[in-house]
Design a protein around this ligand. Structure first.
Ligand code: ADP
Length: 460
């Protein structure tokens, strides 16, 4: 029996997590993913649905709150009808987004268990080959259309709820605007944001993604850059110029991606957050760090590889005291500075040490040890499954677990998204269970967090 849980936060990027208990005899073959999806949806909608509906309703119709007292009965009926449509539209929209996330979760899990293609999958491919040319063309066209629509819909924003004819009529009757955030307006907003130094990371993300596809196009249509694309390229240049000096090198394009995400790494980035080059790749995005800190709330926690402080800062909000360890004194100094920006440095003790030695020598007995060791830079993504015994630094996962268990039986382990799940489960020890949260930002998996130890793993 396994437990499933899904939650999100309402602001961009939307954060979802799937929580699941695993043991060594986890039976992948009989794992009912459809049931996971259903349960996850029910739990999520029960927990967050109502708040989501209200939040988006008031954002869309700010006048409703102010004027609701003075509505006559006809207006009340119209508003009610509008509310029902709003509920239906949003439920369908979130169902769709979560279906995409669930499907990704399924694929990601399958991959991390090293699941081979089944006979059924192969049969399906052969069936595909048996289509006549005409049928194949038709099928391709439909699936392309569907894929485009799916992609479009999965990134729908607050203002992009499509209005049907009746709804427009109803809005007109209520004297409300009938177009919300038209494409034109959004593009304008996007451009305005981009020229503004405190621009929102999400809009910039769109731009870099569009720009990447523009660059791919250049390989095919050499020499032709439309005015529109040229403008976009210029904007990217402007953005690149705002990056810190050490990030500007021959890999400019690669680093821009990280720069775009600065506000999802630290929401207070523009208050003076300090990060060195390595930390841009490795710091935990704030929403994930916040979730982990809620999960690991306790009196005393050790953050064994604190880096620039992404996790330690969040732990300081939920734990009595945080011991933040790092082998690199410069990173530790940055972590201290960053913690002061969040007003929590007084709750963290920064220790300059090698965790491998610290764990052997210390008499400290924290409630929980949190491990977020080096993954070896962004190259971890190139492997289909990440071997946590061979590729983690400075030592394999089992060794790190053994050291940590000298301090506490409860351990949280932040691992690459493509980690070998069989190895992740094996760390629980014989006959024991672990709980794994797969962390998604929008519909993409960013990382996974595994929890070990009685009292930390939630009982089924
Ligand atoms: P990644 O490989 O994921 O980019 P980093 O190289 O940034 O991760 O490593 C995470 C942090 O762990 C860094 O701040 C690094 O200084 C620290 N670190 C590495 N080895 C040790 C160690 N033995 N003890 C404590 N901290 C360490």
């Amino acid at each position: 029996m396994n437990s499933h849980y899904l939650t999100s936060s309402r602001t961009n990027p939307v954060f979802y997590l799937f929580r699941q208990t695993f043991s060594e005899n986890f039976d992948w073959q009989n794992y009912d993913l459809e049931a996971v999806h259903q349960t996850a949806w029910q739990e999520f909608w029960e927990l967050e649905g109502h708040q989501l509906l209200e939040h988006k309703w008031h954002k869309r119709f700010p006048e409703y709150r102010e004027q609701s007292e003075s509505f006559n009965s006809e207006e009340q009926a119209l508003w009610l009808e509008l509310w029902e449509k709003h509920v239906n539209n949003l439920t369908a929209k979130f169902w769709h987004i979560l279906s995409c996330a669930s499907e990704n979760y399924r694929n990601d899990l399958e991959k991390s268990f090293g699941q081979e293609e089944t006979i059924e999958d192969i049969k399906e491919c052969f069936e595909d080959l048996n289509f006549s040319k005409k049928e194949r063309k038709k099928k391709k066209k439909t699936s392309k259309k569907f894929a485009e629509k799916t992609e479009e819909e999965s990134f729908l924003g607050d203002n992009e709820i499509s209005l049907d004819f009746n709804e427009k009529e109803q809005l007109r009757l209520l004297g409300l605007p009938t177009s919300f955030g038209s494409q034109g307006k959004q593009n304008l907003k996007k451009l305005r944001n981009l020229t503004d130094s405190s621009s929102n990371s999400e809009d910039e993300d769109d731009l870099i993604m569009e720009n990447e596809s523009t660059n791919q196009l250049h390989g095919v249509q050499k020499g032709f850059i439309s005015k529109k694309n040229q403008r976009k390229l210029n904007k990217v240049k402007i953005l690149a110029a705002k990056m810190p000096e050490f990030m500007r090198d021959e890999n400019n394009r690669k680093m821009i991606k990280y720069w775009m995400k600065r506000f999802s790494l630290f929401s207070r980035f523009d208050q003076g957050i300090q990060l060195d080059r390595e930390s841009w790749f490795s710091v935990t995005p704030e929403k994930i760090a916040r979730q982990t800190s809620r999960r690991l709330a306790c009196d005393l926690i050790v953050d064994a590889f604190c880096g620039c402080g992404g996790n330690a800062i969040q732990f300081a909000n939920t734990c009595g005291r945080v011991i933040a360890i790092d082998i690199d004194a410069k990173k530790l100094a940055m972590a201290k500075h960053n913690a002061s920006i969040y007003g929590v440095s007084h709750k963290i003790e920064f220790i300059h040490a090698d965790f491998l030695q610290f764990a052997v020598g210390t008499k400290l007995r924290p409630d929980i040890v949190f491990l977020s060791p080096p993954w070896g830079g962004p190259d971890y993504q190139k492997q289909s499954t990440f071997d946590i015994e061979q590729n983690l630094l400075p030592v394999g996962a089992s060794h790190l677990m053994k050291l940590s268990r000298n301090l506490s039986s409860k351990v949280g382990f932040f691992l690459p998204r493509n980690s070998n799940m069989t190895q992740v489960i094996a760390l629980s020890g014989p006959g024991q269970q672990c709980e794994v949260e797969h962390n998604y930002l929008d519909t993409r998996m960013v990382a996974l967090t595994a929890y070990y130890g009685e009292g930390l793993v939630k009982a089924n």
